[in-house]
Design a protein around this ligand. Structure first.
Ligand code: FE
Length: 180
């Protein structure tokens, strides 16, 4: 009887341990999936809309140098050199620094300026603005609504229906083509 009790106890312990291991491997799998999207950047997500407030040093550590210089130091890529200024593939554009959804390809238009241009942001929170007087003229700086990273500028010479032109740096964007 005693042996039977101990056997059952051992069996129960094995089952509990197996369940625990399963849970742990699931968590590890989901973390790995996020990291696969952007290796080395634990804040990158297409679904998490929590605002990010990282220090400059933290951004520098997790972003590739070209993304860091545009996103955190408002650098501008040379026109006609970026990945997306001349593309019209259907899909979605995300912030290259944090993964926040920014634009749909349907709002992209062919602009002669040499940078990817859009007439409308994906949703109200996608892009936010700030007055920029950095080159002796007043411009509207466009920033990621989640991480506050520099994306480009917003002008009033875009096409209908909005009349807006979001003039973006390709380096600040990630693009995912539609799957169907
Ligand atoms: Fe962002």
């Amino acid at each position: 009887m005693k042996t039977q009790f101990f056997s059952s106890l051992v069996l129960l312990l094995i089952i509990f341990q197996a369940c625990g291991q399963n849970k742990e491997s699931k968590n590890t799998a989901s973390i790995m999936k996020e990291n696969e999207i952007k290796p080395g950047n634990p804040h990158y997500s297409h679904t998490d809309t929590t605002k990010l407030n990282l220090t400059d040093a933290e951004w520098k550590k997790i972003l590739p140098e070209d993304v860091y210089l545009v996103s955190r130091k408002a650098d501008t890529e040379r026109p006609f050199t970026g990945k997306y200024w001349n593309t019209d593939v259907k899909g979605t554009y995300y912030c290259a620094a944090c993964g926040n959804i920014l634009f749909r390809s349907g709002a992209k238009f062919a602009s002669s300026c040499g940078w990817p241009s859009f007439f409308e942001q994906e949703n109200k929170k996608s892009v936010v603005y700030k007055t920029d007087n950095s080159i002796g003229m007043e411009r509207i700086e466009a920033l990621c609504g989640r991480c506050g990273g520099h994306l480009g500028h917003l002008f009033d010479d875009g096409p209908a229906p909005t009349g807006k032109r979001y003039c973006m740096n390709s380096i600040a964007l990630d693009f995912e083509p539609d799957t169907k």
